[in-house]
Design a protein around this ligand. Structure first.
Ligand SMILES: *[C@@H]1O[C@H](CO)[C@@H](O)[C@H](O)[C@H]1NC(C)=O
Ligand SMILES: *[C@@H]1O[C@H](CO)[C@@H](O)[C@H](O)[C@H]1NC(C)=O
Ligand SMILES: *[C@@H]1O[C@H](CO)[C@@H](O)[C@H](O)[C@H]1NC(C)=O
Ligand SMILES: *[C@@H]1O[C@H](CO)[C@@H](O)[C@H](O)[C@H]1NC(C)=O
Ligand SMILES: *[C@@H]1O[C@H](CO)[C@@H](O)[C@H](O)[C@H]1NC(C)=O
Ligand SMILES: *[C@@H]1O[C@H](CO)[C@@H](O)[C@H](O)[C@H]1NC(C)=O
Ligand SMILES: *[C@@H]1O[C@H](CO)[C@@H](O)[C@H](O)[C@H]1NC(C)=O
Ligand SMILES: *[C@@H]1O[C@H](CO)[C@@H](O)[C@H](O)[C@H]1NC(C)=O
Ligand SMILES: *[C@@H]1O[C@H](CO)[C@@H](O)[C@H](O)[C@H]1NC(C)=O
Ligand SMILES: *[C@@H]1O[C@H](CO)[C@@H](O)[C@H](O)[C@H]1NC(C)=O
Length: 469
């Protein structure tokens, strides 16, 4: 990357015109839209990937190179802005999103760009694949590449890995956290990698109408349950190690694990019938209750595993609130029976978020900890994206007629100002299957694995808990 790519991280508080605390009349869709627009503006002010010489889709250098955020975090910006556009119709950032999604797709159109091999995990790749899926489902203005094709390619690489794990009988299956065997964390099988794979399967099943995908979702869910990562009362744990056959479960609960699973279950509920549907419905209900109970005890999101102890939330964890808010909202869309319980919380959640939006040079930037009811620490992109998500989803009823597309119903030209979605594939797809991650292992990993890979969420929290006990 070029010098300067990291400047976003220190550019806190880029000023726009307004200079008063963010104010929202929650009874007015127009007011919510106007506030979301300001928050989106401030969020994007931290991003310079679209500028000459910078890397589209990246939030600056990765931490091992002196930056703050890992590769996958860029996908959170993209997917938050896709939802922002979906909920508000403001297409100001669509060009920036297309550019980022396309730039990071990698030479095989499967979100495995060689630059990030040294820290590439299944969940990271999966999150980018999900952002592309979201673009497909919401008829995001098309590009030279069919968005769903990128997600299909990601799925193909991951199903291959999953089958490999079943053959090798490590923990009886399941995806590992890291992809390249030389990466620290390759021996950890975590919930999120599998949850993201389920989400992708659930949505590709709906998108294509091909039952194979839903079968894989079921199979992966069964694995997560058998191995004990999802408990009978729908608590969702983080992961375990292959050396212990995945019995040394790290019981930290992170909201995004449960959130991704919830929304996947909702999609499967929506596309099944009879007993299958009943089973998915039970899972949706169980997870909804567990999530609201665990993370929203007071009506707003509190990230129990790290929040409240200064510095305990890693840069990854700072993004969870916005993601989970959007997962809950999309659950309502495909499993409308959850509407009452979820919608109530989305409102109190957004109110709590907005109370913190009095910071930065323009006095309207938000902060991470909504429990504090006021701005209290540095401005940065995750806090803006969390608040943006919290506000955007309140516009759900405004867009309910828009629906979620499938391959059969998608009309890529809708709302498109750029490109026409002819679906032609701009790059050889290279079938993305076998041998992934084997190449380029040395890429940036030589000799100092400890600094080029991130500490696993699990290990970090385990240490933290150990230190506290
Ligand atoms: C990979 O790194 C090079 C050099 O910094 C940069 O030009 C390129 O845009 C990066 N590619 C991706 C997909 O980030
Ligand atoms: C990058 O995107 C922002 C927000 O849309 C825009 O204001 C800016 O002009 C873009 N920069 C370039 C170089 O296109
Ligand atoms: C899972 O699917 C839902 C529904 O499309 C989507 O809104 C959400 O962003 C997906 N999850 C992730 C982690 O991207
Ligand atoms: C993606 O598109 C290319 C070309 O259109 C096609 O060859 C390939 O099979 C597609 N991939 C998937 C997984 O559908
Ligand atoms: C590993 O655990 C699975 C259940 O998750 C069990 O079926 C399998 O027999 C175990 N393998 C070994 C070698 O203990
Ligand atoms: C999507 O629909 C097109 C046109 O109907 C069809 O050619 C293509 O095979 C479908 N793709 C998938 C992945 O189902
Ligand atoms: C359904 O999807 C699977 C997995 O991609 C594929 O192998 C199979 O050919 C597809 N079936 C049909 C009928 O398209
Ligand atoms: C803000 O404070 C919270 C809670 O004290 C902490 O977890 C988080 O890391 C801080 N955020 C930033 C960006 O420093
Ligand atoms: C499935 O989702 C659609 C919206 O995408 C919704 O209208 C429908 O009611 C859902 N089906 C069920 C069984 O809840
Ligand atoms: C759509 O895009 C293709 C290829 O980029 C171009 O050849 C074609 O003229 C475009 N069609 C319309 C209607 O814009």
């Amino acid at each position: 990357m070029k010098q300067g790519a990291f400047s976003l991280a220190i550019l806190s508080g880029v000023v726009s015109t307004a200079s008063a605390a963010l104010e929202v009349d929650f009874a007015s869709a127009d007011s919510i839209r106007a506030a979301a627009k300001d928050v989106a503006f401030d969020a994007v002010s931290y991003y310079n990937g679209n500028e000459t010489g910078e890397v589209p889709g990246m939030l600056g250098y990765e931490p091992y190179a002196g930056g703050k955020y890992w590769w996958w975090s860029g996908s959170v910006l993209m997917s938050t802005l896709i939802d922002y556009w979906h909920y508000t119709n403001d297409n100001s950032y669509n060009a920036l999103v297309s550019q980022g999604l396309l730039h990071q797709r990698g030479p095989n159109n499967d979100y495995m760009p060689p630059n990030y091999t040294a820290s590439l995990s299944n969940e990271d790749q999966g999150f980018w694949g999900l952002a592309a899926m979201q673009a497909a489902e919401l008829n995001f203005p098309a590009s030279s590449i069919d968005w769903s094709n990128l997600s299909l390619n990601v799925w193909d690489t991951q199903v291959w890995r999953f089958e490999q794990e079943e053959r090798d009988e490590t923990c009886n299956g399941g995806l590992r956290w890291q992809v390249p065997p030389t990466n620290v964390g390759y021996n950890y099988k975590n919930t999120i990698s599998n949850a993201v794979f389920i989400n992708l399967s659930a949505r590709l099943g709906r998108w294509t109408g091909n039952a194979t995908y839903a079968e894989w979702a079921e199979r992966t869910w069964t694995w997560l349950t058998n191995v004990g990562y999802i408990t009978e009362d729908f608590r969702v744990y983080d992961g375990a190690h292959v050396e212990q056959n995945c019995t040394d479960i790290n019981k930290a609960q992170f909201s995004y694990n449960a959130g991704v699973l919830l929304q996947s279950a909702a999609f499967l509920y929506n596309q099944t019938t009879g007993d299958d549907q009943k089973r998915w419905r039970d899972r949706v209900t169980g997870l909804t209750n567990a999530i609201l109970d665990t993370f929203f005890e007071d009506g707003y999101h509190f990230e129990i595993a790290c929040e409240g102890r200064d510095g305990a939330c890693t840069s990854d964890m700072l993004f969870f609130k916005g993601m989970v808010t959007r997962f809950l909202a999309s659950t309502v869309q495909v499993a409308p029976y959850t509407k009452e319980s979820i919608t109530k919380v989305l409102k109190t959640n957004a109110e709590a978020a907005v109370k913190t939006c009095t910071g930065g040079d323009n006095s309207r930037q938000c902060s991470f900890s909504w429990a504090k009811s006021k701005f209290h620490n540095e401005t940065d992109i995750p806090s803006q994206l969390n608040a943006l998500s919290a506000l955007s989803v309140l516009l759900q009823d405004e867009v309910s007629q828009k629906g979620i597309a499938t391959n059969a119903t998608s009309s890529p030209n809708d709302g498109s100002e750029e490109g026409n979605g002819s679906g032609s594939n701009g790059g050889g797809n290279g079938n993305g299957g076998q041998g992934q991650g084997q190449n380029g292992n040395d890429n940036g990993n030589g000799g100092s694995a400890g600094t080029t890979t991130r500490v696993t969420v699990g290990v970090l929290v385990a240490c933290l808990f150990a230190a506290l006990l």
